[in-house]
Design a protein around this ligand. Sequence first.
Ligand SMILES: [Zn+2]
Length: 105
Amino acid sequence: MTLGRDAMTPLTILSVSETIYHNLLTSMVQDIVSRTTSRQQLQDARYPGLAPLHHDQRGALDVYGRPKPQEASVYFRCPNCSRDLSANRFAAHLERCMSRGARRG
Ligand SMILES: [Zn+2]
């Protein structure tokens, strides 16, 4: 597409090689840039003023800039026995709770 971009450049193996290389490079750059631009435009149109995800250099905060929650302080309600359980005990509870239920039923 840019073959003979400079009329003064003589056609040599070197100049043709460079033109082909330039062609490859331009195609790839245009492809990447157009994908990135249209994706960014779509995101801006859908979510105007969207804040970028938080990046913490120390690795202590999550993508929303919040510290890690203590799992022991998070409670789930067991759908089998309707008891509130600490999130980090849920799997262990289910093992007992479900087998107990099966024995009963
Ligand atoms: Zn249960």
